[in-house]
Write a protein that binds this ligand. Structure first.
Ligand SMILES: C[S@@+](CC[C@H](N)C(=O)[O-])C[C@H]1O[C@@H](n2cnc3c(N)ncnc32)[C@H](O)[C@@H]1O
Length: 246
């Protein structure tokens, strides 16, 4: 079992607490759905599906089919439990997204908080290649990952449910020591690569076009929480979207 697998096997239900309460998840899911667009007749492969947050949401928003893939057997077990309790027809598979092979020909591959678990450029390339190999011609890869420009030293992101405690330099990237703000806090380390590294590895995997999409907040949440609450999120966001075209 790899260290990452063990991390999320240990986090399990704490992640559920985080995902159901964190305002980051509200803004992030709004941003991901904006990037994804119309899901009519769209077959989706959801990489790093975790407990099925997006797998289920994308199906609820109209996707034709959704297959979720995750490295952690425990996260997939919780996801399958949700499916058993409230069936949507989504399916799950426990596999490393770096070594996926071809599971099908999908119109859309999503990866929300996957690329930040690549520990090197080579691993980032493998994840990008997996996404590319599973896309039909003209398909899109929609990812959400740690923002290359994020500055944890001036961030108040704990109020949104997640925070970075410190960073170390490792080779050509940073290792961010983070935690989900739940009781007790759940620790995770993620890698913050530069924009250039992301773009080069996605292009090397075959993607013809790579666009960055800043995260946003819905009008409802802006009004509900107030503009001041979201200011830090919008100015120094921990996450950012990527849309890559096959
Ligand atoms: C922060 S959770 C995100 C879950 C879900 N996408 C969401 O946004 O709620 C990150 C997930 O990535 C998974 N993961 C990390 N490395 C992976 C890999 N190489 N292949 C597949 N899943 C991976 C973890 O097991 C964990 O479930």
């Amino acid at each position: 079992m790899s260290e990452k697998d063990a991390t999320y096997d240990g986090i399990g239900s704490a992640y559920e607490d985080y995902a159901s309460g964190a305002t980051l998840k509200r803004a992030e899911s709004y941003s991901v759905l904006e990037m994804v667009g119309d899901l009519t007749s769209v077959d989706v492969l959801d990489l790093a599906c975790g407990t099925g947050f997006y797998t289920r949401l994308l199906r609820e928003k109209g996707a034709e089919s959704v297959l979720g893939v995750d490295l952690s057997a425990e996260m997939a077990r919780v996801a399958r439990q949700h499916e058993a309790e409230a069936p949507l027809g989504v399916t799950y598979q426990v596999t490393d997204a770096q070594h996926l092979g071809v599971l099908g020909s999908f119109n859309l591959v999503t990866a929300v908080w996957l690329l930040n678990y690549a520990e090197s450029r080579a691993q980032l390339r493998s994840m990008a290649e997996s996404a590319y190999a599973n896309l039909a011609p003209g398909g899109r890869f929609v990812a959400f990952t740690i923002n290359p420009s994020f500055d944890y030293r001036i961030s108040t992101s704990q109020k949104y449910g997640v925070r970075v405690i410190g960073e170390d330099v490792e080779d050509d990237h940073f290792v961010c020591h983070g935690e989900f703000v739940v009781d007790p806090p759940a620790r995770v380390d993620v890698r913050r690569f530069s924009r250039e590294v992301y773009e080069e590895e996605l292009r090397a995997a075959g993607f013809s076009r790579v666009d960055w999409r800043a995260a946003g907040v819905s009008t409802t949440d802006l009004e509900h929480y107030g503009a001041e609450y979201w200011r830090d999120f919008l100015e120094n966001c921990i996450g950012i979207g990527i849309v890559a075209q096959k």
